[in-house]
Design a protein around this ligand. Structure first.
Ligand code: NDP
Length: 279
């Protein structure tokens, strides 16, 4: 029978463990702190920021909110980041993306101290990941690896196929799979025969952003399928990149959307923040 991977349950377990760890840290006078910077009023970003702040509160992590107008000048934003970099109460800094068009995302992210880069997007964090060095791992890819571990699958020697090569999901998760000794294929929009590539996957990571794009009959019997996609259909339903109903009959294990990868991202953000507080 197919194992439907319960991301909510795995995330909750991690968050409970973190809450315990935080209470011990607080007893020793350390309160992990996360600064959350939101520019503008993008409704999706506002929802994400609210969820992150609530999750911090539940875990005993202090969150410091900075809500800035959408027309904020870049140097003002950079000087806020300077202050947060220098604030000993702030262990992690999260700048909610995407930023307004007039702001340069890479300049802003590069301004965060790598020691406080709990989102794991700073070039130093990504470079260290590539070199196999200790660093903050981007949250969604780290959450994907936790889900694979949660079902007792060792990527070593397995054919892993990642569809998508974005800087926030596809590329970092590829390096993490490689680090765990998977044999890796990365696919993207110029890949010639995507179904053939997907059919070879013992572990499939779908991070495309197109509803039900990967068909059930492309899935190898028994494969582990991690669906990162979060797509809103015309009738308002949230669906993944993989055609779940047909894929689940062939997969050995599969994540649902919602309730798979999504809950893991916040859990890993909290985990990185607690790690940052321990440095
Ligand atoms: P991007 O749009 O940045 O990247 C999409 C990738 O998919 C690109 O590399 C693109 O290739 C590739 N792609 C597009 N079309 C095809 C195709 N026809 N065949 C093969 N590859 C294709 O997306 P993200 O990585 O940011 O996000 C991907 C999905 O994951 C989205 O649905 C997003 O909402 C979701 N997401 C979910 C998170 C969560 O917490 N659950 C967190 C982050 C993202 P190319 O590079 O050639 O253009």
């Amino acid at each position: 029978m197919t194992n439907i991977i319960d991301g909510k349950k795995v995330a909750l377990k991690i968050r409970d463990e973190l809450a315990l760890e935080v209470s011990k840290l607080r007893e020793n006078g350390i309160t992990p702190g996360l600064a959350v910077v939101l520019v503008g009023t993008n409704p999706a970003s506002e929802v994400y920021v609210r969820m992150k702040k609530k999750a911090c509160q539940k875990a005993g992590i202090e969150s410091y909110s900075h809500e800035l107008p959408s027309n904020i000048q870049q140097d003002k934003l950079l000087s806020l980041i300077d202050n947060l970099n220098n604030d000993p109460k702030v262990h992690g800094i999260l700048v909610q993306l995407p930023l307004s068009k007039h702001l340069n995302e890479s300049i802003v992210i590069n301004h965060i101290l790598p020691e406080k880069d709990v989102d794991g997007f700073h070039p130093i964090s990504i470079g260290k990941l590539l070199l196999g060095e200790k660093c903050f791992r981007p949250c969604t890819p780290a959450g994907i690896m936790e889900l694979i571990d949660s079902i007792g699958i060792d990527p070593k020697g397995k054919q892993a196929v990642v569809v998508g090569r974005s800087n926030i999901v596809g590329k970092p998760v590829s390096f993490m799979l490689l680090e765990r000794h998977a044999t890796l294929t990365i696919c993207h929009s110029r890949t010639k025969d995507l179904p053939a590539e997907v059919k070879r996957a013992d572990i499939l990571i779908a991070a495309i952003g197109k509803a039900n794009f990967i068909k059930g009959d492309w899935i190898k019997e028994g494969a582990v399928v991690i669906d990162v996609g979060m797509n809103r259909t015309s009738d308002g339903k949230l669906v993944g990149d993989v055609e779940f109903e047909t894929a689940k009959d062939r997969a050995g294990a599969i994540t649902p959307v919602p309730g798979g990868v999504g809950p893991m991202t916040i859990a890993m953000l909290l985990k990185n923040t607690v790690e940052a507080a321990k440095i």
